[in-house]
Write a protein that binds this ligand. Structure first.
Ligand SMILES: [Zn+2]
Length: 294
């Protein structure tokens, strides 16, 4: 049994933290450029206002933004705090999803290649989810190059690491079909009843992807938590919009009316629910197992 403060463990996690931050920096590029049909590799990072290129130290995740004081070094235009936030969140999530794989590798329970593949795949899953959530929040679109690989890779991964991840390929495939098909049916029903499109096809591919990665059993928790968060968010934005402008009564009715027509991207909430289940499942498993006779 290795002590928690073992220098090897600390080094491994610091490396994964830095690795996640660098990926977070790349996700900022993906989130900005993919919806605009731009290349994610060239040109290198530059200020969108004055087009000045960033030097290496300005490109360092999180710290670059802090050193710059949140402004472009050359034209002083403010740089959104969302950039360092995405880098920090990506770094922390990278460490969180890596923990079971690192523990399995260090304890000798997992062959190194299985631990490495498991960690790398779950990193890919988390990075794709973060990009999808923010692109959907920005543009109300989920690009196919990000959402389509999720169900396919999830099922492929279940073939190789089904036992280790607790999602066998049969379950992954069934979950992708049920989730995708179910949401597609809801979408058709909603469109037939209201004549409006309530959910995008991007949501269907995303939920099929979450199903393939998390398994059939996780779907109710993902859908329920995503819907609750979406409702809470819609209700609070409707309430907040009451306070802005107009006489009180008119503003209040406008606020409540706007809640019925508010266009709300569902992707970010599905991603929050999916990542929550991914992170909580291993922690909850020992608590839930006795309840189900495990
Ligand atoms: Zn600038």
């Amino acid at each position: 049994m290795l002590a928690a403060m073992d220098p090897l463990i600390i080094t491994v996690y610091l490396f994964i933290l830095a690795w996640g931050a660098v990926w977070g920096s790349f996700l900022n590029v993906v989130i900005w450029r993919v919806p605009n049909g731009m290349s994610v590799v060239s040109p290198p990072s530059h200020c969108p206002k004055c087009s000045h290129g960033l030097s290496w130290w300005q490109n360092v995740p999180v710290f670059g933004w802090v050193w710059l004081g949140g402004r472009c070094h050359f034209c002083k235009v403010p740089i959104s705090p969302r950039y360092p936030a995405v880098e920090a969140v990506t770094a922390v999530l990278a460490v969180a999803v890596a923990m079971p794989w690192v523990q399995g590798w260090l304890s000798g329970d997992l062959e190194p290649w299985r631990a490495g593949l498991g960690m790398a795949s779950e990193h890919f899953f988390v990075f794709a989810c973060i990009s999808i959530a923010l692109i959907d929040a920005d543009t109300f679109m989920i690009p196919d190059p990000l959402s389509l690989p999720l169900p396919l890779l999830g099922i492929a991964l279940a073939v190789v690491l089904g036992e280790e991840r607790g999602v066998l390929w049969q379950e992954a495939a069934a979950a992708a079909l049920v989730a995708g098909g179910g949401l597609l049916a809801v979408q058709w029903g909603y469109a037939a009843l209201t004549g409006r499109e309530g959910l995008g096809t991007g949501d269907v591919k995303l939920l099929a992807g979450l199903g393939a990665w998390l398994g059939l059993g996780a779907l109710p928790a993902v859908l329920l938590s995503a819907s609750l968060m979406g409702l809470l968010f819609a209700a609070s934005s409707a309430l907040l919009s009451r306070g802005s402008g107009g006489t009180e009564g008119m503003a209040a009715s406008r606020g409540l009316a706007s809640m019925r027509h508010v266009a709300l991207p569902f992707g970010p909430f599905l991603v929050l629910g999916g990542l929550g289940v991914l992170l909580l499942r291993r922690q909850l498993a020992p608590v839930l197992a006795p309840l189900f006779g495990g």
